[in-house]
Design a protein. Structure first.
Length: 335
């Protein structure tokens, strides 16, 4: 009640906003999805946000759904779901004038954590849709043979990419994948990695189990890559785990230490990264496996607008010509 009263006081003078709401009923606990949607719509109504609802189905291409919403005139796209749902929608908004609003209801909620948005608290997340700051964040882009993908969290080459499919299934309750996870971990061997950054003619050559290219502080099961990763500095953070054994990497995974404090981890910043490994290693971008082999990664600077917590310290506010965050979101012309 206290949150709702505060929310009413905060937003009672706000003008009506038209939005597209993309809701994933399978995120988090599906048994609670109907109640979650009802609660979400109630909170949006209190804040004078009037959404047209799109319910997610597994066969839908959410990037295409988001682009279609923009083509129909929507300038505020709200997505309620887990990281996979949010990232798919966000990919469709890269380079557009639309603003992304996030109501996290998933298992990990790494994006929300990085943006300072409370997880699994609908009222507080909705409050940020109206009282937060509209910021522009960088987006990574992976080109791998004939496939490519945007990413918001991180891309990886090597051990993390190989382990992710079984680890993801385990986190979602499929304990039968534990044997596969252990087998992959035990059998994985380091590769010779050739790394080239930006316009440097010098090639970095090393032996390592993996390379991480991060845009956000968190990835996977809330693994903190480093606390000081910025998502709006127009660069990507590159971590090469050259001098760590697989047991050392487990220490990182359970956050005994992080790449920010471990001197054995080589860290770089770059706008363009080229990686070749011998033998070829698996490539992952925000939980999506790509083909093995050579990878080119670039940053799309400030390519996505998103509503974030105003208390979040590591971002800059998007220039909106003296408008408030609310006024910067262009209303649906049909409303």
């Amino acid at each position: 009640m206290a949150v709702m009263k505060s929310l009413k006081n905060l937003t009672q003078k706000k003008r009506r906003l038209k939005a597209k709401l993309i809701f994933n009923s399978a995120a988090g606990n599906p048994q609670q999805s109907a109640d979650q949607l009802t609660q979400l719509l109630d909170h949006l109504q209190v804040t004078n946000i009037h959404p047209d609802v799109f319910l997610v189905h597994p066969e839908y291409d959410l990037s295409a759904v988001a682009r279609q919403a923009v083509n129909e005139g929507y300038r505020f796209i709200i997505v309620s779901g887990g990281d996979g749902t949010i990232e798919s929608v966000a990919c469709g908004l890269v380079g557009t004038r639309a603003t992304l609003g996030i109501v996290p209801t998933g298992t990990r909620n790494n994006l929300a954590r990085g943006l300072g948005i409370p997880s699994n608290n609908v009222a507080e997340a909705v409050a940020i849709l109206r009282a937060g700051e509209r910021i522009r964040v960088d987006v990574g882009h992976v080109q791998n043979h004939d496939s490519s993908r945007f990413f918001l969290e991180a891309a990886s080459v090597g051990l993390v990419s190989a382990l992710f499919p079984s680890a993801d299934e385990i986190q979602h309750g499929d304990l039968g994948k534990i044997t596969e996870f252990i087998s992959t971990f035990v059998s994985h061997t380091p590769a010779e990695i050739h790394l080239r950054l930006d316009d440097s003619r010098q090639e970095i050559i090393t032996q390592a189990h993996m390379v991480l290219i991060a845009n956000m502080p968190y990835m996977g099961g809330n693994f903190q890559i480093a606390p000081d990763i910025s998502f709006d500095d127009r660069q990507l953070d590159v971590f090469v785990y050259s001098n760590l054994s697989k047991l050392d990497l487990i220490g990182h995974a359970v956050q005994v230490t992080t790449a920010a404090t471990d001197q054995r981890v080589d860290r770089y910043k770059a706008k363009r990264i080229s990686i070749t490994t011998n033998p070829a290693m698996p490539v992952l971008a925000d939980g999506v496996l790509l083909k093995e082999g050579q990878v080119s990664v670039t940053v799309r600077s400030h390519a996505l607008s998103v509503m974030a917590n105003p208390a979040q310290p590591t971002h800059s506010v998007a220039p909106v010509l003296d408008q408030t965050a609310e006024e910067a979101i262009v209303l649906n012309p049909r409303s």
